[in-house]
Design a protein around this ligand. Structure first.
Ligand SMILES: Cc1ncc(COP(=O)(O)O)c(C=O)c1O
Length: 435
């Protein structure tokens, strides 16, 4: 049944009944969504370059996911894995153990969100090492629950007012080449930012105290920052030499976003633990922590879990998503999409001074907008205007970055060429209109 309400009337209700904290990028309400198109309650269609923040890589309401989920809900929806076990949990764990980077025996546990996955990974690392500390990075995003929030870097709006944060978290600069914390340039820098970890043990936290280092292979919320090829190998080896658990947060990069199933496959590093969520279940709340068996088995019976964690409907959706990647060859499609977006953004960069940097890996391509290419002052207000202008013209986008000045397309990988071209054209028209 189509809604009889308008965006405006629903927004009024939303403001009356829901606090401002849960933010909204666009003042519209969904009526339906299919593939890479969202239709709002007033019947207006939008090309979706947000994918529910990187959740819908296999497309909104993917037919095979729907069929699988419908089959599952006819059987049972919830028994709680800790009370009565079920096969979808075991089957998906087995698949993830096979698929994730790392040529060693693995085990997987499930949770409900990216943040919860991150929290469990840290718990496991602490338990296994008997050490308290975690090293995280500047511009990182790991979620909004207390430990995950403490690992997250951006102060406004995420952290402000929510202190005290979880203790024993230490933060070092990321390989953000466009804004190098060391004022160096790649490759002559010789990856100073990675070797800095060795100094860090002397100046911030002794290595013997560190349980884990958690890192995004490409910064998501931090602005689609892609480290140089050698970066993770260096970090990983230093962790290995010091008995530190190397955790890859693939919540945003995983499940095909970078044209590999996991972004760490682009780098010569095999994470001890990989955290996944977002696109793994096409919108059903599910996250996974996959890691070396001896690490994963360390916490005592009952030390890990949760009432809804690894819900059978979500696990079946996850299994269907994996099949969709194979059947539709979505990794190759992601490669093609990424190439096209990269070419277009580079072309736009030649015409529009405001585009300071274009970068990406696979279908994770972003452009950083700056007021001045020399000073690199973030063009935060312009970025917001561009996102709004694109919406008016039928394209849904979101921004990213500590200064919210990065355009980060996260379109479903099933987007058609026509939709992709149209979306890119709308961005070009928006830049033209606002410049
Ligand atoms: C890299 C990364 N980790 C963790 C999270 C938190 O995931 P969730 O919002 O599902 O808790 C996100 C969400 O954007 C993310 O991008």
């Amino acid at each position: 049944m189509a809604s009889t309400k308008t965006n405006k009337s629903l927004l009024k209700e939303r403001n009356k009944h829901i606090p401002q904290g849960p933010f909204n990028v666009h003042p519209i309400f969904a009526e339906k969504a299919k593939g890479a198109i969202i239709t709002d309650v007033e019947g207006k269609e939008y090309i979706d370059f947000a994918g529910g923040i990187g959740v819908n890589n296999v497309g909104h309401c993917n037919e095979e996911v729907l069929k699988t989920v419908q089959d599952q809900i006819q059987k049972y929806i919830h028994t709680c894995f800790h009370v009565v076990m079920y096969e979808p949990y075991v089957e998906l764990a087995k698949r993830l153990n096979e698929m994730t980077p790392g040529d060693f025996p693995k085990k997987t546990m499930f949770a409900n969100s990216g943040a919860e996955g991150v929290e469990n990974a840290i718990k496991i690392a602490r338990h296994a090492t008997g050490r308290p500390a975690t090293i995280a990075f500047e511009d990182a995003f790991h979620g909004r629950t207390l430990l995950a929030l403490s690992l997250t870097s951006k102060m406004k709006p995420y952290k402000l007012g929510f202190a005290p944060y979880a203790p024993e978290i230490y933060r070092m600069p990321y390989a953000y080449c466009y804004r190098c914390a060391f004022g160096l340039e790649y490759p002559s820098c010789e990856i100073r930012c990675a070797y800095f970890l060795k100094d860090f043990f002397h100046t911030h936290i002794s290595s013997e105290q560190v349980a884990a280092l958690i890192v995004e292979p490409v910064l998501g919320e931090g602005g689609f920052v892609v480290p140089p090829k050698e970066y993770f190998k260096v970090l990983y080896n230093i962790c290995k030499d010091n008995g530190i658990v190397f955790i890859a947060d693939e919540v945003q990069t995983g499940f095909g976003r970078t044209a590999k199933m996991f972004a760490m496959e682009h780098y010569e590093a095999e994470p001890d633990i990989t955290v996944m969520a977002k696109s793994m279940a096409d919108g059903f709340p599910l996250s996974a922590v996959t890691g070396k068996s001896d690490l994963m088995d360390h916490p005592q019976v009952g030390g890990l879990g949760g009432t809804y964690a690894g819900n059978p409907v979500a696990c079946r959706a996850g299994l269907a998503v994996i099949e969709q990647f194979k059947k539709k060859n979505l990794l190759a499609r992601g490669e093609k999409i990424g190439k096209k977006v990269m070419e277009k953004f580079k072309e736009l960069q030649e015409h529009y001074e405001i585009i300071g940097d274009v970068r990406g890996l696979g279908a994770m391509v972003g452009m950083e907008l700056v007021v001045d290419r020399k000073t690199k002052e973030p063009a935060t207000a312009f970025t917001k205007q561009l996102v709004n202008c694109c919406r008016e013209n039928g394209l849904l986008m979101i921004s990213a970055g500590t200064h919210s000045n990065i355009i980060r397309p996260l379109m479903p990988l099933v987007i058609t060429d026509e939709q992709l071209d149209r979306g890119l054209k709308i961005i070009e028209e928006g830049l033209d209109e606002l410049s």
